[in-house]
Write a protein that binds this ligand. Structure first.
Ligand SMILES: [Zn+2]
Length: 452
């Protein structure tokens, strides 16, 4: 079957109305970067997987014009200046030389490039002696090449369908994303969505794409990007509380559907010393001295962490907000406690335990009371004049069992990812409980339509 690229196709969202500003532009062909930048190729060998020849020509935008045909099943591509040269890989016979985006369109379904098989066309542009290798592929075949890399293809079909709609929406929201730098829409890595052609697709994953053919998410007539993540650990979160911008369809919801005991990183702990935390803060651009305390100082209405305050021995406080509460500490989610303290408004606080120090008083540099761990029995109570002296002085007086010289902080949490949009493990749980993909998408996204 020869694939046909129809070029740009605009879809009006209002039934019976002409396209309007803000309407979603649905492309039939997406341009995926495979080898580019530092990974650009010195030469490429493209083989027709179906044992047939190629049409060779150029793309103008998303429209292909064939100017040569060859029965050769294996072509070699090289770059010189701005020109791409295509030869028969077996005989060396010239097939085509030209500039721009040069396409090798297999007379069949798939081609191979560097051990991976792809639908659509192999497209190359030249810069000096280097080739940028791209795959121009139909949106549906692209989603088939993404789905099994973003969700386990043996999962319930309704979860796979929900993921397929998310992947298609994400792709439509990424058209021209890498245009200015590299000349294509999306890359094939986690920066966009992982895409490796047809290698991992199964009948299960392909069926989920076919069953949702052309469907994507909209919110008030605009494209809604299908953000997703592995698991939320109990509740998703408003985009504004994670990324800082208000998005109407990305609102937190409680999540009773995840099986956290069987989810990858569904439950986790991570212990960092004060020194490690200070280093992580400095690496993220914050200025902090010797860390004496780390505390959650604000949670969201969904009970996710919204603010963590780190205090140093000089009383200086650094407050980290939103997604930085996950990324700065390199922990798995924004849903955790620190040394057993959930912190934030309404949460219990004030009891020191284990290796953590007491809560920092409201005014830095004032007197600080250190109390012992009640598990060790009654401990004396000391008043200390300067935070800088706390660690050493109290270790000497109380012994290491009461106050560690280097405090450590254990983050114990649930969930893996940014918590905005659809939980994949939640989708799995909902599907197994009988919800269909439309119900799943409508649960995790607020006020959306599934548009075709
Ligand atoms: Zn990318």
């Amino acid at each position: 079957m020869k694939r046909i690229f129809a070029g740009l196709l605009s879809a009006a969202l209002c039934i019976g109305l002409a396209p309007r500003a803000g309407a979603v532009e649905v492309v039939s062909t997406i341009r995926v970067g495979l080898h580019y930048g530092s990974g650009a190729l010195g030469e490429a060998v493209v083989e027709n997987v179906d044992g047939a020849g190629f049409s060779v020509g150029t793309y103008n935008g998303r429209s292909f014009s064939a100017t040569a045909t060859t029965a050769s099943t294996k072509l070699r591509v090289t770059a010189s200046g701005e020109s791409v040269t295509v030869t028969d890989a077996n005989t060396g016979a010239a097939v085509y030389t030209g500039g721009g985006n040069v396409a090798l369109s297999p007379n069949g379904v798939q081609f191979s490039l560097k051990s991976a098989n792809y639908c659509g066309d192999a497209v190359f542009s030249a810069s000096g002696s280097q080739l940028t290798a791209m795959n121009y592929v139909s949106l549906e075949d692209y989603v088939k090449g993404v789905l099994p890399y973003e969700m386990t293809p043996s999962w319930h079909s309704e979860a796979l369908k929900a993921q397929a709609v998310c992947a298609r929406s994400y792709a439509l929201g990424s058209i021209n994303k890498h245009q200015s730098r590299y000349g294509f829409d999306v890359c094939d890595g986690t920066d966009c969505q992982v895409y490796q052609g047809t290698g991992r697709a199964t009948s299960n994953s392909n069926s989920a794409v076919d069953a949702t053919r052309g469907e994507y998410l909209t919110h008030k007539g605009e494209l809604a990007t299908g953000f997703f993540f592995s698991s939320d650990g109990g509740a998703t979160e408003d985009a504004v509380n994670v990324w800082g911008n208000e998005v109407g369809y990305l609102k937190g919801v409680p999540d009773p559907y995840e099986d956290l005991d069987n989810a990858t990183n569904g439950r986790w702990t991570k212990t960092l010393t004060g020194t490690e935390i200070a280093n992580k803060l400095r690496a993220a651009g914050y200025s902090i001295g010797t860390v004496s305390n780390v505390a959650i100082t604000k949670r969201t209405p969904m009970d996710n962490v919204n603010e963590v305050t780190v205090t140093d021995t000089a009383g200086k406080k650094v407050t980290i907000r939103r997604q930085a509460c996950r990324t700065v500490f390199s922990v798995n989610s924004i849903r955790y406690s620190i040394n057993g303290q959930s912190g934030g408004s309404g949460a219990s606080s004030g009891t020191s335990s284990g290796t953590s120090q007491t809560q920092q008083p409201a005014q830095p540099q004032t007197d600080v009371y250190i109390t012992g761990n009640s598990a060790l029995g009654p401990m004396p109570r000391f008043q200390v004049g300067a935070m800088a002296a706390v660690g050493e002085a109290l270790q000497t007086i109380l012994g290491a069992s009461c106050v560690a010289a280097t405090p450590s902080f254990t983050f114990a949490g649930t969930g893996w990812g940014h918590n905005v949009g659809m939980s994949q493990y939640g989708a799995k749980g909902m599907a197994e409980q009988g919800f269909d993909y439309r119900s799943i998408l409508n649960y995790y996204f607020t006020d959306i339509q599934i548009t075709k």
